[in-house]
Design a protein around this ligand. Structure first.
Ligand code: NAD
Ligand code: UFG
Length: 333
């Protein structure tokens, strides 16, 4: 029996494949390389010394998904495949609704037909919209402030409705906070195609000289230094959250959401300072206007994941900054 990992060539998916393989899980990976590169698959094999089946497939293509299920004995699915750029989702909403929602429906329909009932979904802290307070617990009100966020909320609702109608489904909705960092080997990391829009990938571009300066989006938030506060967690810790979620859905029916974060917030300036100090580099920055739709503070209460998944983060901010640069500098050519 194998775990199907969709989007397994991507940033979080590739790190999760490594951790699953390291624990003796059999995996099958599907990705269309929309936002990743084929060599990531070789890197995952190199890091782990293990082989697995890979399908270059679009999860929106029903016949490809059905074929994967026909050719393999799939016990559970971890669904990472999706588009994730908030700004792009505002400009191209249909592209986001189609890819993120349709892929999930096709997968769930195929799983139902194949009697595969264990599903782990990549949700996001974005489903809390602008949170009313921090730290955020899973029972906070949900809402979306952009099409990307709407797609995550809609897929969560699809999962809840599916579970209500089919109570033998076992679904974990993992609400990630802000993953950064890279594998300790330096062989895989965050390497998006095109122009990045998240803080750490932009810091990497400044550090490698591809960008002159970092825009700090606002220093007039009601936070100690005026810049936005987020819950950054190491991608390897996040990957381990998926290993625990698979163990959970193997044991129990249900459809439950879990925050995956550290429970601690850092400001933009704290991230820049930590990065500069750990790597001995200077990141020139300037204060730019606030970015539309950004919350002042967003960090998790991760106690539900601790209690029910037996998961908590272990890796600190310095290692997040060190490993991010260790990977990014190896990509400069
Ligand atoms: P990523 O873009 O690095 O990985 C996604 C992978 O899915 C890519 O390899 C891409 O090629 C693939 N893909 C996209 N559409 C596909 C399709 N139709 N068929 C097959 N493959 C497809 O992104 P990531 O950072 O690894 O994020 C993984 C998931 O986690 C996404 O669903 C994202 O929305 C969610 N998430 C990410 C973050 C974050 O900060 N990175 C935060 C919260 C939630
Ligand atoms: N920031 C800057 N300059 C930049 C980029 C970001 O100052 O060039 C600031 C932002 O204003 C924010 C912080 O850095 O205060 C983090 O921004 P990111 O774009 O890295 O992350 P967000 O918290 O805005 O959003 C990310 C993902 C969303 C996801 C959310 C919660 O992009 O998809 O985390 O998981 F929903």
């Amino acid at each position: 029996m194998a775990v199907l990992v969709t989007g397994g060539a991507g940033y979080i998916g590739s790190h999760t494949c490594v951790e699953l393989l390291a624990r003796g899980e059999q995996i099958i990976v599907a990705d269309n390389f929309y936002n990743s590169k084929p060599r990531v698959i070789d890197m995952v094999k190199e890091i782990t010394g293990k082989d697995f089946k890979f399908y270059k497939a679009d999860i929106c293509d029903r016949s490809s998904v059905e074929n994967i299920f026909r050719e393999n004995d799939i016990e559970a699915v971890i669904h990472f495949a999706g588009y994730k750029a908030v700004g792009e989702s505002v400009k191209e909403p249909l592209m986001y609704y189609k890819n993120n929602i349709y892929s999930s429906v096709i997968l769930l329909e195929t799983m139902k037909k194949s009697r595969c009932k264990q599903f782990v979904f990549s949700s996001s802290a974005t489903v809390y919209g602008i949170p009313k307070s921090v730290p955020i617990t899973e029972d906070f009100p949900l809402g979306s402030i952009n099409p990307y966020g709407s797609t995550k909320l809609i897929v969560e609702n699809i999962c809840r409705d599916l579970y209500d109608s089919e109570p033998d489904f076992r679904i974990a909705l993992l609400r990630y906070f802000n993953p950064i960092g890279a594998h300790e080997s330096g062989k895989i990391g965050d390497d998006p195609n095109g122009v990045p829009n998240n803080l750490m990938p932009i810091i990497m571009r400044v550090a490698s000289g591809k960008l002159d300066k970092l825009s700090v989006y606002g220093n007039d938030y009601p936070t100690p230094d005026g810049t936005g506060i987020r819950d950054y967690l190491h991608v390897t810790d996040l990957a381990l959250g998926h290993v625990r979620a698979i163990e959970k859905v193997r044991k129990e029916v249900g459809c439950k959401a879990f925050n995956l974060g550290t429970g601690k917030g850092y400001s933009v300036l704290e991230i820049i300072n930590a990065f500069e100090e750990v790597n001995g580099l200077k990141i020139p920055d300037f204060i730019a206007p606030r970015r539309h739709g950004d919350a002042a503070e967003c960090y998790s209460d991760p106690s539900l994941a601790k209690n029910e998944l037996n998961w908590e983060t272990k890796i600190g901010l310095n290692e997040m900054c060190r490993s991010s640069w260790n990977f990014a500098k190896s990509q400069i050519n």
